[in-house]
Design a protein around this ligand. Structure first.
Ligand code: BES
Ligand code: MN
Ligand code: ZN
Length: 471
């Protein structure tokens, strides 16, 4: 468990240092000189020093970094994974007192937050091994802020880690109501399946058709201000399981698709944080929720869908479902609520992983100011995003002979992340909009991240939460 504050009982410490002389105790200084010298090609080292006094052992996890720049750059890829591994191997209580260091507020906050991520365990279905406690002390940050982000990250990750039988569009409604209904200034609107068709939300309606669970569009309004309007709208893809539909995904690819609601979970996590810290601007959060399956009623390749904004879409591929539900949700939110800025986020394309891997998400934008701010913050927070251009000529590849356009491009070797972004752009009028694709960073079945551990990373919740708090 990870705890906030000081512990008088726990003697084991994590100590960061750059020069051996930074360490207060003489034996540590000596150890650091001999055992932790940095060779030319090394930027840092993590080692344990056991100190025996009066028959008792105190452990020091010593973290040597070349300079603060290196510490910052490699915090999530080297330093914290090493610390995590050492903590887990030792399995003892530890203290990290960040008041000792003159690191920037941002660096301290990242160390604190990433330690939260690294020590998270999903233990609902299996007894977690007897854990240890890590006490973090940082008097420059309110406990409530750290607790709010911890709760929000855990909420997001738990939601993604839950199996698809537990997390479906209907259970998500219950879960969202349980969590948010009683909160101050929160109003929840649930658009159920029959109403979706009446409102002409046909993208959501059609993707749903193969599933036994009814679809939903859930809209959560957070209204701390009495004045009308919303500063931000967050729209997050919530496909609770994506089999691909009749364009069925093969074994080895389908399994990851319980995480296809990772962005719905991330925007809900961000909202959770913003409510907890009593954020002062009005916000609107929308999650379209469906399951993409096959049945006698499911939508098929070559179906044509007349979307909420009356554009017609030919279904070139039932596995390009995310953009269909997002397109409707986006058009609906803009039409009904005209938010100042729209951020839509999704585990949208496989190609995103090919382009940027699991440590960087793709960012597409119309407004460069917004884009730069988000990008800058994302690298500081280790939830990195990088731009792909919404290059309009590529949209020609989505032409259809009988509908306005298709939901996939007709080119095989093609930047599908960009065409998905271009597709969504057909459904939003404002240029105050950012689109994020995090297929990779959300967490992949076959890959265990050394910092985040297996499965859901919770990527994005913290980025959106801190972005909105400061902007
Ligand atoms: N949910 C997937 C994208 C995805 C793939 C997320 C792997 C995370 C890991 C999405 O619905 C999808 O199937 N996209 C297709 C679109 C294609 C058919 C145009 C893809 O990227 O292959
Ligand atoms: Mn799909
Ligand atoms: Zn999907």
């Amino acid at each position: 468990m990870i705890k906030w504050g000081k512990s008088k009982k726990v003697k084991n410490q994590i100590l960061f240092f750059s020069k051996p002389s930074d360490l207060a105790l003489p034996y540590l200084v000596e150890f650091a000189h001999i055992d932790m010298a940095l060779k030319k090609d090394k930027d840092g080292k993590v080692k344990v020093f056991p100190l025996i006094e009066d028959g008792k052992v105190t452990h020091y996890i010593l973290v040597r970094y070349k300079n603060t720049k290196v510490l910052k750059q490699q915090l999530d890829t080297f330093f914290l994974p090493q610390i995590k591994k050492t903590l887990e191997d030792l399995n003892q209580d530890f203290v990290l007192d960040l008041d000792r260091y003159d690191f920037s507020f941002e660096l301290k906050r990242s160390i604190e937050d990433l330690l939260v991520y690294s020590l998270y365990k999903f233990s609902r279905y299996k007894d977690a091994s007897k854990g240890f406690n890590l006490w973090i002390n940082d008097s420059s940050r309110p406990k409530t802020d750290w607790e709010a982000i911890k709760e929000s990250i855990f909420f997001t990750r738990d939601l993604v880690n839950e199996p698809p039988a537990e997390v479906n569009p209907q259970s998500m409604e219950e879960l969202i109501k349980d969590r948010f209904n009683t909160k101050e200034n929160v109003k929840i609107e649930v658009i159920k399946w029959n109403k979706l068709a009446k409102l002409w939300l046909n993208g959501i309606w059609n993707v749903w058709r193969g599933s036994e669970y009814e679809p939903r569009l859930i809209i959560i309004k957070y209204l701390p201000q009495s004045k009308k309007g919303f500063k931000y709208a967050l729209v997050g893809k919530g496909v609770t399981f994506d089999s691909g539909g009749y364009n069925l995904k093969p074994t080895g690819y389908m399994e990851d698709m319980k995480s296809d609601m990772a962005w719905a979970a991330a925007v809900l996590g961000a909202l959770n944080y913003l409510i907890k810290v009593k954020h002062s601007n009005n916000l609107i959060v929308a999650v379209p929720l469906v399951e993409n399956l096959v049945s006698g009623k499911a939508y098929k390749p070559w179906d044509i869908i007349k979307m909420y904004n009356w554009k017609t879409v030919e279904v070139g591929n039932t596995d390009a479902e995310g953009r269909l539900i997002l397109a409707d949700a986006l058009a609906f939110i803009e039409d009904k609520y005209s938010p100042q800025t729209i951020i839509d986020v999704a585990t949208l394309t496989w190609a995103q992983i090919i382009a940027l891997g699991n440590k960087i998400a793709a960012l597409m934008w119309s407004n460069s100011k917004l884009n730069n701010k988000l990008k800058e913050l994302s690298w500081e927070l280790y939830e990195r995003v990088w731009e792909l251009p919404l290059f309009k000529p590529y949209f020609d590849s989505m032409k259809s002979y009988i509908a306005d356009f298709a939901n996939v491009s007709n080119q095989k070797w093609w930047p599908w992340t960009i065409t998905a972004g271009l597709f969504l752009s057909q459904f939003v009028k404002t240029s105050n909009r950012v689109h994020l694709d995090i297929a990779g960073p959300a967490g992949v079945f076959s890959w265990v991240d050394p910092l985040y551990g297996p499965w859901a990373t919770g990527f994005g919740a913290r980025l959106l939460a801190y972005f909105i708090v400061n902007n």
